[in-house]
Design a protein around this ligand. Sequence first.
Ligand code: COA
Length: 154
Amino acid sequence: MTDLACVTINEARPQDAPAIATIHLTSRRRAMPYLRCPHTDDEARDYFARRVGNPPRVWWVLRHRGQVVAYMMLDGENLDHLYVSPFCQGQGFGSALLDRAKALSPGRLVLWTFQRNERARSFYEARGFRSIGRSDGDNEEGEPDMQYEWRKVP
Ligand SMILES: CC(C)(COP(=O)(O)OP(=O)(O)OC[C@H]1O[C@@H](n2cnc3c(N)ncnc32)[C@H](O)[C@@H]1OP(=O)(O)O)[C@@H](O)C(=O)NCCC(=O)NCCS
């Protein structure tokens, strides 16, 4: 089991963008090999280089022993990204970031995930999220997705 005492979670700085881009590309490819890629890897890296560290969206990185191994992006109550390096999954890092998102939220979080991403769906459902909507693929990837919501218990 991973020692979560060696974990830090901080707001990302612009210089974290390359590590975030690598986690996004590798984690997504491993978890969802069927997904259509609407952008090249270079376009994705450029996107992160321009966005990370720029408000109002807030990017967070989880470091384990100083290495960035996971990240998330919060925009108010919208959790738009949560990705763990494929080499570091199943060790509690995703849960640690999600706990931080809940603590930072105004009492509610919403997110979209692809319907075929069963691991992510059971991950969120086991952590108090419930499905509140779905689309037939109204997104860049043309892939059916689902919207989930979490509300803080008063
Ligand atoms: C979905 C995802 C974010 C989950 O992150 P993770 O770090 O693998 O998740 P955790 O390790 O916190 O928890 C996953 C499982 O590991 C177990 N676990 C938790 N802490 C653990 C630890 N310290 N050691 C070993 N196992 C642990 C948990 O039991 C959990 O199982 P459960 O869901 O059946 O309860 C991650 O798998 C991922 O990045 N997937 C690909 C990208 C993706 O789909 N992102 C979501 C887009 S919406």
